[in-house]
Design a protein. Structure first.
Length: 239
């Protein structure tokens, strides 16, 4: 429209020189309001049919490295382990094969214990007349006191025991009472054992080889003296 006005001015200039020409601009047509243009949709609202199709990507083709892409890692295949030769292959020709392993030794059993050595029998000593002879070789004297005949018999027995070079003689003394006083009963048995020791010493038996066992009142409740030679156990004596 501006261009049209400029053309009219150019053609009107010669006429204006001859006289006054009134110029009236053409009335401008009012703009016709049409429907409002739809607002532009954001880029994310573009219909899918207008998006470009993606290029086919090959899975086997390596991706183009970017400026900051890490260097690709290359895996080096390790060689297969070398098979170890069998034992037969290690055998040196000309040498005999190794003997098989020896069987384990049989379990050791403890040997049968040797029988206990038999206890040597004491030497047989002739017993004097009067006192009671025990099967194990000892003497037994009954009663509460030693009479003269018993002392002579013990002195004779002491002389025979003194002939032995070694060994100890044991004197066991028991009393029948008193039952209510154990201390007194033990003192009485000690006195009778000492009397028997004195009789043995009269026969020449050394006092250091005589052992006294005053038992006091025992369950048997008897008055008796047992004189045992060396190597004789009282358990073998009758009760």
């Amino acid at each position: 429209m501006i261009r049209a006005l400029a053309l009219l001015l150019l053609f009107a200039l010669p006429a204006a020189a001859q006289g006054t020409i009134e110029f009236q601009p053409e009335p401008m047509e009012p703009a016709v309001e049409g429907p409002a243009a739809p607002p532009e949709a954001p880029p994310s609202a573009i219909p899918l049919e207008f998006l470009p199709e993606p290029l086919p990507v090959s899975l086997n083709a390596p991706a183009a490295p970017g400026p900051h892409a890490p260097a690709p890692i290359r895996l080096t295949q390790l060689p297969d382990p070398v098979a170890q030769p069998a034992a037969a292959e290690l055998a040196i020709p000309g040498l005999p094969p190794e003997p098989p392993a020896a069987p384990p030794p049989p379990p050791e059993f403890s040997p049968r214990p040797a029988p206990a050595p038999s206890r040597a029998r004491p030497p047989q000593i002739p017993l004097p007349d009067g006192p009671e002879a025990l099967p194990n070789g000892g003497l037994r004297i009954r009663g509460t006191a030693l009479d003269d005949a018993t002392r002579v018999a013990l002195a004779d027995y002491g002389r025979r025991l003194a002939a032995l070079e070694r060994g100890r003689v044991t004197v066991f003394a028991e009393v029948s009472g008193p039952a209510e006083d154990a201390h007194l009963a033990r003192r009485l048995s000690l006195a009778r054992a000492q009397a028997a020791k004195a009789a043995l010493m009269e026969g020449g038996l050394d006092a250091t080889r005589i052992d006294l066992r005053p038992l006091g009142r025992t369950a048997a409740g008897m008055d008796r003296l047992d004189v045992l030679p060396p190597g004789v156990d009282r358990s073998d004596s009758p009760r």
